[in-house]
Design a protein around this ligand. Structure first.
Ligand code: HEC
Length: 99
């Protein structure tokens, strides 16, 4: 790969664009659920979070990170925890609604 500054900026732009897309998708997805679906999703997400996110360390506190930090961290550690895309979505929504 040629390291021209154009390439480096392009990569950074793509990463920022992808990050913003994920945020928009997460919040629009969270916004159009019915009330009972929200309750169900929330307890499912809480269970999954407790089950998947304390096998390697103690359970992180939702309030310990900002929304954008959680988006990045759940993606990063979700890979380690072998989460499905839906689990990543649910856990991210749960954490960003409880921080
Ligand atoms: C396979 C082991 C493993 C699993 C499963 C795991 N983590 Fe972690 N996590 C780590 C390790 C190791 C660290 C310490 C930082 C490092 O060395 O990367 C860490 C650190 C963290 C931190 C602190 C990072 C910081 O910058 O403050 C947070 C928050 C976190 N994990 C969240 C999660 C969440 C949320 C989940 C569930 C989706 C999860 N982790 C599942 C291994 C894991």
């Amino acid at each position: 790969m040629i390291h021209s500054s154009k390439n480096i900026n392009g990569t950074r732009f793509m990463r920022t664009a992808a990050f913003i897309m994920i945020l928009i998708l997460l919040f629009s997805w969270a916004g159009c659920r019915t009330q009972s679906a929200i309750v169900e999703e929330t307890s499912l997400a809480k269970n999954e979070f407790q089950k998947k996110c304390q096998s390697c360390h103690k359970l992180p506190k939702p309030a310990s990170k900002t929304d954008s930090e959680w988006v990045v961290l759940v993606l990063r550690y979700g890979k380690k925890a072998k989460l499905t895309d839906d689990q990543v979505k649910r856990i991210t929504v749960y954490l960003t609604e409880n921080n």
